[in-house]
Design a protein around this ligand. Structure first.
Ligand code: NAD
Length: 256
């Protein structure tokens, strides 16, 4: 990794829960590439786990961000304005669904569970983009994490499928909307990675086994594969890439 690839750029990463988080891989790779980073933690319960990682990442912004709490996002972006004045890169690496709505038959998921999943995992990306826009006067890059279950039916992915489909569609509309301001918007679609969010899916181990056996490269991806892609896509080398969903899955999606 070129240590000056992103020098002078400031990156906010939302979604670090622990050392297995995809967001942590992204934060580490962005920092390695020379970016100044800011990270968030969800709440007081998760803070001690994120504190340990913050010591390594030395973020210049470190704030609470629970997107379901009114004002958390506003406060976060106020801090960015005060400390950084502007921001170049935003990583949205968060998702949530109530367990009872995720398991079983998709038609049984409750309206409240569906709307909460959509709010946290999708609409919050639009809210972040709205707040980031005035802080990106010279352009920037916004990223969200999707999954193959957005475009194909993946057993047990259930309501997160339509939620990720909406997220990928938002990315396309946002890319067109924000393109004239040189703000690029990209969805990343990693293959299965063993994280806390993933452990909420039934039979996740089988999904990983399938990914390893059936992907053309017969390998699993890790959080640093995702981070390396984010670093490249954040750089000026990728200045004309926007609106797409980029797979990081050792080719698994090609065979579906
Ligand atoms: P993770 O559990 O490490 O990260 C999920 C994050 O979502 C956590 O940091 C959690 O605090 C955050 N979050 C949940 N509710 C929130 C709220 N109300 N406000 C703010 N943050 C909240 O798991 P992960 O797998 O790294 O997930 C990151 C993203 O990657 C998610 O969008 C997930 O759907 C996506 N993804 C994961 C995989 C995988 O196999 N792990 C594959 C493709 C995409």
């Amino acid at each position: 990794m070129d240590k000056k690839l992103l020098s002078g750029k400031k990156a906010l990463i939302v979604g670090v829960a622990n050392e297995n988080s995809i967001a942590y891989g992204c934060a580490q790779m962005l920092k390695t590439a020379g970016a100044e980073v800011g990270i968030t933690y969800l709440n007081e319960k998760s803070k001690p786990f994120v504190d340990a990682l913050a010591q390594k990442l030395e973020p210049t912004i470190y704030e609470r961000c629970d997107v379901t709490i009114d004002n958390d996002l506003d406060n976060l972006f106020d801090k960015i304005k005060q400390k950084w004045q502007s921001v170049d890169i935003i990583i949205h690496s968060i998702a949530f669904s109530p367990k009872e709505d995720l398991h079983g038959s998709i038609v049984d998921c409750s309206k409240a569970g569906f709307l909460l999943a959509m709010d946290i995992s999708c609409h919050s990306f639009l809210r972040m983009a709205k707040l980031a826009k005035p802080l990106m006067p010279k352009g920037g890059a916004l990223f969200a994490m999707s999954y193959y279950g957005a475009v194909k039916v993946v057993e047990h992915y259930n309501l997160m499928g339509p939620v990720k489909a909406a997220l990928e569609s938002c990315v396309r509309y946002m890319a067109v909307d924000l393109g004239p301001q040189k703000i690029r918007v990209i969805a990343l679609s990693p293959g299965p990675v063993k994280t806390r969010a993933a452990s909420g899916l039934e039979d996740f181990d089988k999904l990983m086994q399938r990914a390893e056996q059936e992907s053309p490269m017969h390998t699993l991806v890790d959080i640093y594969d995702v981070g390396a892609m984010v670093a490249y896509l954040s750089s000026d080398y990728a200045k004309n890439i926007t609106g797409d969903t980029i797979y990081i899955d050792a080719g698994f999606h090609l065979l579906g």
